[in-house]
Design a protein around this ligand. Sequence first.
Ligand code: HEM
Length: 152
Amino acid sequence: MAVDATWGIVVAWIHYIAIMSFLACLLGEHLLLKQDMTLAQARTLQRLDILYGLSATVVLITGILRMYLEKGFAYYLHHGAFHILLTLFVVIGVLSIYPTVMFLRWRNDTRENRVPQMPPKQFKNIQMILRVEMTLLLIAPLFAAWMAHAEF
Ligand code: HEM
């Protein structure tokens, strides 16, 4: 097997694992987020959000590597589906800023063994953002498959 093909397979594998982890973190955050959380749940949520950020970074890095290893940058940069995929990825990233900032603000509380308090409006907003992010993430593979399989 050619060296390039081996790298292509390995990088594709990491791309998929990172995507699975990305979605798993979002789902985990959504399931854990409650108006009346325990301290342990709040801490797990904070850790999940760090893993979420790492997963997103790996998705991006392996995505860029795949552009090079699969069909070359020019192919993807001229493909509408790639631009939609990238836009979805950026929108998910921008949406995640608000929950991440909130979870970071909980740090003082969780360090001092206090359960972070959320006003009901903030809880609803974070819950809705996580739902929208998950929905966009489920739409994204459609455009990935499109750019991989058809040249228009
Ligand atoms: C929103 C998160 C993402 C999801 C859910 C996702 C999903 C996928 C899937 C399912 C495939 C396989 C497509 C197929 O072979 O049918 C794929 C391939 C690929 N993805 Fe991602 N991806 C994401 C983000 C990215 C980003 C941000 C980039 C680039 C910066 C990227 C670049 C690529 C490339 C170049 C391929 C290979 C396409 C080919 O075989 O020609 N992906 N992605």
